[in-house]
Design a protein around this ligand. Structure first.
Ligand code: AMP
Length: 285
């Protein structure tokens, strides 16, 4: 485990010159509390080059009510699992190492899409996320950075920032890893009691309902698909819906009811005190 920027840069430099033509480096940014979803990202990174996994719970992307203190942490178990997965470098800096002058004054802003959906519920979240991702890219200078489709808005905004700011990195996206019953893996799932765990299934079930409603009605628009999803979510009393929306994957703006083709349905809900998100592509014929 490497804790300082200086040591991390030295380790990456050594790894690069170790390869014949300079091995590519693939960064997997995480907040720790690792699960099989994270390890799918690690496996993809392995295919691309030497792997750097960062573990940093970034205070800048948490609002005072977001529960930074409650965020799950399991550093020892994470390190053991990463070692078993053959990861070359784990970068786990302290807050003081990342923000030596206190919260960063200079920030990367996510623009108007960053204020929608997750950003509407968590103001400033995506600015904080983009700022730390940009810092990590500048610290590691990887050839690739690997993200999970589970956080679809994050993937969209990071890809957008890479284009807008000409960041010299390729973004790789890994499909969402799910439990056998469909629940998307999340570090927060460990907070669910057995009843909440059953109720949480409503998110992925609702997305499946939207997909089949879309597929079964040729000419049916997104509203019918969203209605099918909403029926599943409102039928589960332990689930408090935050947002349910179908977006154009290219613009991430909500689609009109006459939209046809592929749309991404995004859902966020509270299950007890735990906030969960999920998303899937639906095809509107
Ligand atoms: P986090 O530690 O929650 O910030 O997530 C770190 C990375 O893992 C992000 O790119 C997430 O999108 C990704 N990730 C989290 N859960 C999953 C999952 N179930 N499937 C695929 N990727 C995931």
């Amino acid at each position: 485990m490497i804790q300082t920027i200086r040591d991390l840069r030295a380790a990456v430099r050594t790894a690069r010159v170790g390869g014949t033509s300079g091995s590519p480096v693939a960064l997997v940014p995480t907040m720790g509390a690792l699960h099989d979803g994270h390890f799918a990202l690690v496996r993809r990174a392995r295919e691309l080059g030497d792997v750097v996994v960062s573990i940093f719970v970034n205070p800048l992307q948490f609002s005072p009510t977001d529960g930074l203190d409650r965020y799950p942490r399991s550093l020892d178990a994470d390190l053991a699992a990463l070692a078993a997965a053959g990861v070359e470098h784990v970068f786990a800096p302290s807050i003081a190492e990342m923000y030596p002058s206190g919260a960063a004054e200079t920030r990367v802003t996510a623009g108007h899409i960053g204020a929608l959906y997750e950003g509407a519920s968590r103001p400033g979240h995506f600015d904080g996320m983009l700022t730390v991702v940009t810092k990590l890219l500048n610290i590691v200078r990887p050839d690739y950075a690997v993200f999970g489709q589970k956080d679809a808005q994050q993937v969209f905004l990071v890809s957008r920032a890479v284009r807008d700011l000409n960041l010299p990195v390729s973004i790789e996206v890994v499909p969402t890893v799910r439990e056998d019953d469909g629940l998307a893996l999340s570090s927060r799932n460990r907070f669910l009691d057995p009843g909440q765990r059953r109720a949480a299934l409503a998110l992925s079930t609702a997305l499946a309902a939207a997909a089949s409603a879309a597929a079964s009605t040729v000419g049916g628009g997104p509203d019918a698909a969203l209605a099918a999803a909403r029926a599943v979510l409102t039928g589960e009393p332990a689930v408090r819906l935050d947002y349910l929306v179908a977006v154009d994957p290219h613009t991430f703006l909500p689609v009109d009811d006459d939209y046809r083709g592929e749309a991404r349905v995004l859902v966020a809900a509270l299950v007890g005190p735990t906030r969960l998100i999920d998303n899937e592509i639906i095809t509107l014929p």
